[in-house]
Each structure stands twice: as structure tokens, then as C-alpha cells.
Design a protein around this ligand. Structure first.
Ligand SMILES: C[S@@+](CC[C@H](N)C(=O)[O-])C[C@H]1O[C@@H](n2cnc3c(N)ncnc32)[C@H](O)[C@@H]1O
Length: 257
């Protein structure tokens, strides 16, 4: 589906704060190099590459300043397009929250009222997600945890897993997917977002069939974006082209609100 992103007004403030935070001690050239390195790590999906994705200050800055806002724009757009913004969920659980982008995107698309519970295994990501929630004026808290062990989910909760399922070992991912489908049947809204490249997630078509059989939907997205200046600069300097964001999603709505 093609459309144009329309981020909330506070997005520009967040980008300005991210720029001040992450370019204070690093040069654009260092972050650009790290954007390229992360792009390779994620595109090639080599186990060690992905595991090392946050192992240097440059890569952490590249993730927080460049990739996380792209993930925010993607999640914010998808949530609105699939009708997941209304009614606002009481709580959004963000699995593998990274710096908090996807859960924050859902919460802001839903008017900013939902509480966001981020879960990640990386201490830097957890601290950064808590900073993101504060910057975006959200009631959010990120904590350490392994998403392979899903916390109990009550009806009325929403769960997002953005750009993370591919990082799990196959048995853990399959168990998590089964538990998410089970939660969807009990009134929990579930949103899974992954890159569009099919070879990165060979499991996608089977998962889409399961979600559709459960009354959910599978979509592919092409979202035109006007990148704000610091992102546009990093995009061009890294030899990338994110004038259009692409992603795939699986969404199970809830009959229970
Ligand atoms: C590619 S990042 C995506 C972050 C975020 N969802 C976003 O859209 O920007 C993947 C994140 O998942 C986390 N992660 C990977 N496996 C995990 C696990 N088993 N438990 C908790 N977090 C995990 C990583 O630490 C990383 O922050």
C-alpha cells in the first residue's frame, strides 16, 4: 500500500533533541559510517552482525538518531492505516523496544494516552527508550527482559514487535508467535512489523496465513516521507535512499477494544 507519512508535531522536536544528544560527541562522518555498517548488518542479517549492532558509540548513535525515527514513522503510519489507533489501547507492550520508537509511534497515533511498557535485553536501549518516552511526553517505562518469555497480557493491551522477530532463534520466535496469536484470541491487539525483503524472513508467508486465519491482516507498505534535515543528511551521506519507507506488517485487531 502506498501513502505519505504524516508524523505528529512533536516528531520534529524529538529529532532536534536526538540530534543534540547524539551529535554532541560524535561527528556526522562517524555516524554516517555507522549508519552504513548497521545497514549492512541488518540487510545481511548475519548473526554476529546483528548481535554487534549496538556495540559502539557510533552504531548506537546511528540507531537512535537515524533508524529509530524511521521505525517510528513506519509504526505510526501503519497503526493509523490498519485502524489500530482507535480505540486507544490502555497499554502498549513494545517487545524488543530498542530506543522505544515503535511503541511510541503507536501511543502517539492513538492520541498519546496509552501507557507504554518497553522490553529489551540491551541496557543502553532501555535507558534510551526511557529518554524517548520522556521527550515525547508519554507515560512509558522500559525494562530489561527477554521477549522469548512473554509477560502475561490482559485483554485491552496492545503488543508491538517491530524489526525484532528476525533476531530470535527459530524455536523462540515460533513459540512467541504462537503465544501472540493465542493472546489475540483473548482480546489483545497484536502488530508485527518486519522489513519487506522476503529473504530476511522466510517464515513470513506462513505467519501471514496464521494471522489471516485468525481474522487479522497482512500488508506491505510503501510510505513516502519527507525526512527532516539531519536524517536526510545522514541518508544521503550514507548512500542510502529513504524517501520511501518500506515494511510488512501483520495485525490482529481485537473484538474487545
Ligand atoms: C532492530 S532493533 C528494533 C528496535 C525497535 N523495535 C525499533 O523498531 O526501533 C531490535 C531490538 O530487539 C532487541 N532484542 C533482540 N532480541 C531480544 C530478546 N530476546 N529479548 C529482548 N530484546 C531483544 C535488541 O536488543 C534491539 O534493541
Amino acid at each position: 500500500m502506498s501513502a505519505t507519512a504524516s508524523p505528529p508535531a512533536i516528531f520534529a522536536e524529538w529529532i532536534a533533541a536526538l540530534e543534540a544528544r547524539h551529535l554532541a560527541d560524535l561527528r556526522v562522518r562517524e555516524v554516517t559510517r555507522a549508519v552504513r555498517a548497521l545497514s549492512l548488518a541488518y540487510v545481511e542479517q548475519r548473526g554476529s552482525g546483528v548481535r554487534g549492532a549496538l556495540d559502539s558509540a557510533g552504531k548506537r548513535a546511528a540507531f537512535a538518531l537515524f533508524y529509530a525515527p524511521l521505525h517510528f514513522l513506519t509504526a505510526h503510519h501503519i497503526v493509523r492505516a490498519v485502524g489500530a489507533a482507535t480505540p486507544p489501547p490502555r497499554t502498549i507492550v513494545d517487545l524488543g523496544c530498542g530506543t522505544g520508537a515503535a511503541g511510541a509511534g503507536w501511543a502517539l497515533a492513538a492520541g498519546g494516552t496509552p501507557a507504554v511498557n518497553g522490553i529489551d535485553r540491551h541496557p543502553w536501549a532501555i535507558a534510551e527508550a526511557n529518554w524517548t518516552y520522556r521527550q515525547l511526553g508519554l507515560r512509558g517505562r522500559a525494562r530489561a527482559g527477554d521477549i522469548a518469555r512473554l509477560p502475561p497480557l490482559v485483554a485491552g493491551t496492545a503488543v508491538v514487535a517491530a524489526f525484532v522477530l528476525n533476531e530470535l532463534p527459530v524455536p523462540a520466535r515460533e513459540r512467541l508467535q504462537a503465544r501472540l496469536l493465542d493472546a489475540a484470541a483473548r482480546g489483545v491487539r497484536i502488530l508485527i512489523i518486519e522489513p519487506i525483503a522476503r529473504r530476511l524472513s522466510p517464515w513470513w508467508d506462513d505467519a501471514a496465513l496464521d494471522v489471516e486465519a485468525a481474522g487479522g491482516r497482512a500488508d506491505e507498505w510503501r510510505i513516502a516521507v519527507d525526512l527532516p534535515p539531519p536524517l536526510d543528511l545522514l541518508d544521503k551521506a550514507s548512500g542510502l535512499d529513504h524517501r520511501e519507507l518500506t515494511a510488512r506488517s501483520l495485525y490482529c485487531s481485537s473484538r474487545f477494544g
